[in-house]
Ligand binder design. Sequence first.
Ligand code: PHB
Length: 567
Amino acid sequence: MTSTRPAATTHAGPAASPEAVPSEAVGPLMRGIAVLRAISDAGGRAALSDLVRTTGLARSTADRIAATLARMGYLRLDSHSVALTPRLMELGNAFLGALRFPALLAPLAEQLAEELDESVSLAVPDADGIRFVHQTTRRRAMSLTFRIGDLLPAERTAPGPLFAADWDEREWARWRERRAADPEDRGFPAVPPRGADPGGSDPGGLGFEERTARAAERGWGLDDQLIEPGLIALAVPVRDADGRTVCAVSAVSHTSRHSADSLRRSLLPRVREAVAGMERTLRTAAPASPAAPAGLADWTSASKQQLGAEFLESLARGLTVVTAFGEGRPELTLTAVAEATGLARATARRALITLEHLGLAVAEDRTFRLTPRVLALGYPPLSRTTLPEIATPHLTALVKKVHDSASLAVLTGDDIQYTARVATGRIMSVNITLGTRFPAYAASMGRVLLAALPPQERAARLAHTEPRALTPRTVTGRAELAALLERAERDGYALVDEELEEGLRSLAVPVRDRAGRAVAAVNVAMHSSRRSVERCLTDVLPELRATAGSIEADLHIAGRFSRIPAA
Ligand code: PHB
């Protein structure tokens, strides 16, 4: 395989010195993973022709891989390009769930960020790099922001020296080899390349080995503008009950607010206090109850029958093996993987050997576990997804079925605001663009969102709105509106007929997050002459509900470890 960025394959491939491909490795799985990584590095979307170029695969091979991944729901295929879908995050979720501490420590990291009014992240060691497993979103516009799954060269970060303190001679040799092979960090797409003068990004000329020794001694690591001018960070290790460093907490600031010295003086005590709380949480957490694995083997066989040669069964099965891991299932034997996936032992074994060869899994004492590198399969771009981005493809599919416009909106104050919309070719009198607001009481999406509020809040909203008659049919009586909201809550939908505008009928259902909160609503809007109210309920409502269900399924996967903005 060739790559236009040879440096990327040195650190991100199997190792600095490439190991021979094991004879039992599954070719289609290796190539499929190369495709996922390439699209991830390209920002989550790529033209098929560029993919062929960056991966060195034959076009026909790339097409079959794309068809298989699309069938698995991991990719969306347009005529000439491919885009990663939120569903793909289930692979990274398997790793993060197995790791457990991102879920346990995230609330404490958020609390620390709030208290410091600075960004806080959690990172784990990944070979000679660090990889983020949690990020708060407090960063100001001034500097670069990193995403969950981004990989940074250890020597340019605050947590790096804390992790390097545990390196043995072999690991230091690997690091030196990588530095020599990739002096500008081209293999780390998340960071700006080093300038021509490598000493320039190591102020004071203190080498990484020396900084590592100091960090180990002091128990904290510092990044004084090693990534980019202005960006400074302070990191403290978090240890588990056995004293092993499981991750590092970084507090990130900017030279406009702190010098490296003042960052340490003012933040270190509070970061340490938070870390002590995190270590207590790790010690006292009840064991995770094992999540049910996906078990997709039957499904892949059915897809093979439908798609024939276009479906690469061994790729689908290999990726299914990743989903055997998860919360309460961090380390699995071959037998457990075969049981969880429904795959034959020989198939599961070859998939595990392949994942191990690619550095996505490690084997120890007859058990396997995933590595942070699994996050390189799409997590960084996908963790920045928004609800409108998640919803749009599903709205497009809905519009193709019902031939009327579909939208997504959120509640802001007394209004709903449109955040995504897919129009039909039909000419409608209402010209709704993104950002358009309507009074919630007179709109179908507003009704389901008001209906989803806790009873007291719903009553308070109704009490202070002044419903106006926007058409002769607008319901303006508070008692009548309250009854309509109750009905919307009971039915799970709202139909609003010519109350917002004459001739406009709209049907809406809520979109709920993992916790069951209605974070948005979706609707279909049509001219009232298009179909009867009854047909609306029999023909459109089931499709609309299915669409909300698909959006929710994506949102629940994407929102497991990332905060997905509703707008
Ligand atoms: C970050 O969380 O964005 C971060 C962490 C450590 C660094 C730099 C940035 O050294």
